[in-house]
Design a protein. Structure first.
Length: 161
């Protein structure tokens, strides 16, 4: 096998081994934690200018380890059959203050049925700095035909800090 092919094979194995961890997470001695997240998802009821929310739990091995709370904002979309916006939230284990992690992300979905997907980066707040240490991603279902009912979401997460 030539040197270029060996290099590409090694690089591919490294990339596959790191999976979907964000940049900066493959630190020496870092053991990734991962699991599911589930909860309530309420899209902004009046579109742009209003806000919705996420209120859920982050599970590891079936046990709740963090509460996930976030505000959903909506931005105008050039797609007339779409809705999209931002996610700003926190993960908190309920022990002491402040919150354990800060979460920033985005969501996009169908204007017609309220389903879509979302993704976010998890940051460790260290003073004024935010250090990326994980990711979350998933899907949501918040039927627009029932505006008084809160929808649901499910997703996966990983943290390596």
């Amino acid at each position: 096998m030539n040197t270029r092919r060996k290099y590409l094979t090694l690089l591919s194995l490294i990339v596959l081994g790191l999976g979907w961890m964000p940049r900066g997470e493959a630190q020496a001695g870092c053991v990734p934690r991962q699991g599911l997240t589930i909860g309530d998802w309420n899209l902004p009821p009046d579109g742009v200018g209003s806000s919705g929310f996420i209120d859920g739990v982050v599970l590891q091995n079936g046990a709740g380890v963090y509460r996930f709370r976030a505000t959903l904002s909506e931005v105008g979309s050039p797609c007339l059959s779409c809705r999209e916006g931002g996610i700003v939230g926190t993960l908190d284990d309920g022990v002491g203050a402040p919150d354990d992690y800060v979460v920033f992300g985005s969501w996009a979905g169908s204007f017609f049925d309220g389903t879509g997907s979302w993704h976010a980066t998890i940051f460790l707040p260290l003073g004024p700095a935010l250090i990326p240490v994980g990711r979350m991603k998933g899907v949501f279902d918040d039927a627009l035909s029932f505006p008084d009912q809160v929808g649901t979401y499910i997703g996966r997460w990983t943290i390596c800090d």
